[in-house]
Design a protein around this ligand. Structure first.
Ligand code: GDD
Ligand code: MG
Length: 359
């Protein structure tokens, strides 16, 4: 089976981290998110994946010098300009020469344990031109909302409606099976949104179906969800997902070779290669990337430190992401979904709440 993986977006909600690395190249417990997506596709029989690229394409090409990962052959389709999701699917399929057969399409920022085989079987049985995987969320307003009838026929596709207008909390999980006929509905050479143009036109012709499931699913596109994706690997929510080489120090607590954990841990933690959490520091639901350091008296909760980051004495980091080689100064507070960019410095005693540095 061939797949198109959409990874050309700019990752605006994770800026400034995504100035240095495109979103799917950001690590999820020490492994690039895209590698985890490819591992999931491989598990379900995908043999060739076309990476649909636009923003910082070289980062992907450089990451897979052998042209493959987890047994999946990789091809690269680099858009001359952003074509939006629909335009990107058409461009990728055509430039890789896979436009003549049924294909799987996935949003490359989604981590899921979805059963692709079940979606393919449903697709063949329903006989539509396209089938979408659905998942249920509490607040559907940030997603494509997809009401269906009892047979799974899609009745409407409403991208990001106001919460009070959403007819259901079943949303587009960002995994599709498409027949070649769908590509004919996508104009070439201009931006086309699969969610706003292509799916509504398929609904009109009664050619779109959808299948719900309750398996693990997360779109990693915001700081909170990027952190949650990693804590979920530690807390046992995703038993099938591999951790990098490490030893287990209790429930949900892992230390990689050369890492040192002398501080207090409540709930989950991962301490990467050569990283340290010093005595007198405390961590809860935290990933400390390779060679990162947490000094005494620092308190960290529900956060991610990327490789080489430093949190100085008595600082507080909560619900936030600290970029590679960034420094959080002594006694500083970084809270409320803040994102500290690569090599940025939060001054001693400074307060950053729901903020980005640099802006
Ligand atoms: N190649 C390419 N070109 N890729 C793009 C482009 C583009 O112009 N624009 C976006 N993408 C990629 C992004 O990199 C991402 O992997 C995927 O398309 C979806 O874009 P997001 O920006 O993450 O969209 P979203 O999360 O707001 O909404 C989408 O995903 C939800 C599920 O996670 C929609 O498909 C929603 O309907 C859906 O519910
Ligand atoms: Mg997304």
């Amino acid at each position: 089976m061939n797949a198109v993986v959409l990874v050309g977006g700019e990752g605006t909600r994770l800026r400034p981290l995504t100035y240095a690395l495109p979103k799917p190249m950001l690590p999820v417990v020490e492994r690039p998110m895209i590698a985890r997506v490819l591992e999931w596709l491989a598990l379900h029989g995908v043999t060739t994946a076309v990476l649909s690229l636009g923003y910082q394409p070289d980062a992907f090409v450089d990451a897979f010098p052998d042209g493959g990962w987890a047994g999946v052959e990789l091809r690269y389709a680099v858009e001359p300009e952003p074509l939006d999701t629909g335009g990107a699917i058409r461009f990728a399929a055509c430039s890789a020469g896979i436009e003549g057969s049924t294909m799987v399409v996935v949003n490359g920022d989604v981590l899921t344990d979805l059963d692709l085989g079940a979606l393919l079987a449903f697709h063949r049985q329903s006989g539509g031109d396209a089938s979408i995987a659905l998942t249920a969320v509490e607040d559907p307003s940030a997603y494509g909302v997809v009401p269906t009838d009892d047979d799974g026929r899609v009745l409407a596709f409403i991208e990001k409606p106001p919460r009070e207008d959403a007819p259901t909390n079943h949303i587009n999980a960002g995994t599709y099976v498409l027949e070649p006929a769908v590509l004919d509905r996508i104009a070439s050479g201009r931006r086309v949104s699969v969610e706003r143009e292509v799916f509504p036109s398929l609904v009109e012709d009664k050619r779109l179906f959808a299948l719900g499931s309750s398996v693990y699913w997360l779109d990693t596109g915001t700081p909170d969800r990027y952190i949650r994706a990693q804590v979920d690997v530690l807390n046992g929510c995703r038993p099938g997902v591999a951790l990098p080489e490490c030893s287990r120090h209790g429930d949900g607590v892992f230390v990689a070779p050369g890492g040192s954990l002398a501080g207090d841990v409540t709930r989950c933690a991962f301490v990467g290669r050569g990283a340290s959490v010093e005595r007198g520091a405390s961590v809860a639901d935290v990933v400390v990337g390779a060679s990162a350091h947490v000094e005494p008296g620092a308190r960290l909760r529900h956060c991610v430190l990327l490789p080489g980051a430093v949190v100085r004495a008595d600082a507080v980091v909560e619900e936030s992401v600290v970029g590679p080689h960034a420094i959080v100064g002594a006694g500083a507070w970084v809270t409320g979904g803040s994102v500290v960019g690569a090599a940025a410095v939060v001054d001693d005693g400074a307060r950053l709440d729901s903020a980005r540095l640099p802006v």
